[in-house]
Design a protein around this ligand. Structure first.
Ligand code: LLP
Length: 416
């Protein structure tokens, strides 16, 4: 194999001696390839975020809910957050105990809320009307409430979940109403939570959010936990030398704030965080194949099987993923050129990487889309009746296991 443009994966020995082209031959193209070692490293790093001892990391499984990956994360000692009964179902199947699962729901039906209650999973509600619903079906029960402290952050307007322009959380101006509903149904408020948004690289907005949620927490007595949210970013532009989020300095600041707050509150409450992307994003490369190369009115297009049915982030959020190039024969690329890497979906927005300067690419080349472990497979679809790819895992010893089969044509007829 000719590693034409693979500096980032080479540096960390991502494939652990495996050959990406051989993996595609064996498991089909496109293909999600995960590196177990990276998931474990990230779990350990985020668990060491703060020194404060009552600390729980709840992996936000919406980022990647593959059963096998959930088991690795569970074995690393993380707890888990769920967003739907489906996620609870899969998490129980992965071996998480009900008390390790936290259901942070938004606008759910009575049946969906009941599912969690019956499974003994703690529910966080995020509106007065959902708190009423919870009280009416689980009088005297334990509950958590998601607040919106007015602070938001994120890589795109679409993923800012706190602040004055979002649907999430209870506005703190409604604390009196919250207390009345809690009293009416004799509920026990065990914790409050927030999530200001997804992907911050600078600590300031997160710290501001933490201060804000802790000041809301002071208005409630005898809480068991305060959940300060997820959103920890990863560098998607490594080829441009983007550096990691400075977890150590963030952790030091958090420790300082939390220790002081706990002293004032008078109780060693548990502090939770709920990272999704941080745990899994860098653990996967999405591989695809080049089937056509062409020029249309001076723009060069590299046509691949990496449509937005496989990875939708670039199309939905204009997200950037670094691109690598591999080639089976030893033909060198003689020049660098600006290209658009596009998929096989019948929409002109189907562009996975725009205006990228890369070594000349030919039919048959393999493209690696880096950092695709979070919000990759979980947001894939069967649009255009395309088959969702397989997912494989490179274990710590370098051996490869399939962790999700590629769809088959018959899957498209399920339900008919
Ligand atoms: N907690 C709650 C309540 C959330 O809504 C989310 C993500 C998280 C935790 C985890 O956030 P993270 O640590 O992964 O940033 N599809 C988008 C991201 C959507 C995030 C939605 N909420 C993307 O591909 O960038």
């Amino acid at each position: 194999m000719n590693n034409i443009f693979t500096e980032i994966t080479d540096k960390i020995d991502f494939y652990r001696g495996n050959n990406a082209i051989e993996l595609i031959k064996e498991y089909g193209s496109p293909l999600y390839v995960y590196d177990e070692r990276i998931i474990k490293e990230k779990c350990r790093a985020i668990k060491a975020l703060i020194n404060y001892p009552n600390f729980s990391v709840n992996y936000s499984a919406k980022a990647n809910s593959n059963l096998h990956l959930l088991k690795i994360i569970k074995d690393e000692g993380l707890n888990v957050d769920a967003m739907s009964p489906g996620e609870i179902f899969v998490q129980l199947e992965a071996g998480f105990k009900p008390e390790q699962i936290f259901y942070i729901c938004n606008n759910v039906s009575k049946e969906e809320m009941m599912y969690a209650i019956e499974k003994n999973v703690l529910v966080s509600v995020d509106s007065l009307s959902q708190l009423e619903l919870f009280g009416s079906i689980n009088k005297g029960g334990k509950v958590a409430i998601r607040f919106n402290s007015g602070i938001g952050a994120g890589h795109s307007e679409k993923v800012v979940t706190g602040g004055k322009n979002t649907k999430f959380g209870v506005d703190e101006n409604f604390i009196e109403e919250v207390k009345k509903i809690i009293q009416k149904y004799e509920l026990k408020l065990v914790g409050i939570n927030q999530h200001i948004g997804s992907l911050f690289m600078e600590k300031t907005p997160y710290i501001e959010g933490v201060k804000a949620i802790l000041s809301i927490a002071e208005k409630f007595e005898d809480l068991e936990f305060v959940d300060i949210g997820g959103g920890f970013g990863i560098p998607y532009r490594k080829q441009n030398k983007e550096t990691n989020l400075d977890l150590a300095s963030l952790g030091r600041k958090l420790d300082e704030i939390i220790k002081q707050w706990v002293k004032n509150y008078g109780k060693e409450v548990t502090i939770k965080v709920e990272p999704g992307r941080y745990v899994v994003a860098e653990s996967a490369v999405l591989l695809g194949t080049v089937f056509a190369v062409k020029e249309n009115y001076d723009i060069k297009y590299i046509g691949t099987d990496l449509g937005f049915n496989v990875l939708s982030r670039p199309v939905i959020y204009d997200s950037h993923h670094d691109i690598e190039v591999m080639r089976e024969n030893s033909m060198p690329s003689k020049k660098m050129e600006k290209v658009n890497i596009v998929g096989n979906i019948c929409e002109s927005g189907d562009i996975i990487a725009k205006d990228r300067t890369l070594p000349e690419i030919f039919e048959g080349d393999i493209i690696g889309v880096l950092d695709s472990g979070a919000y990759g497979y979980v947001m894939s679809s069967n649009y255009n009746n395309r088959l969702r790819p397989a997912e494989i895992l490179i274990k710590e010893d370098g051996s490869v296991v399939i962790i999700r089969k590629r769809d088959e044509l018959e899957d498209l007829l399920k339900g008919f």
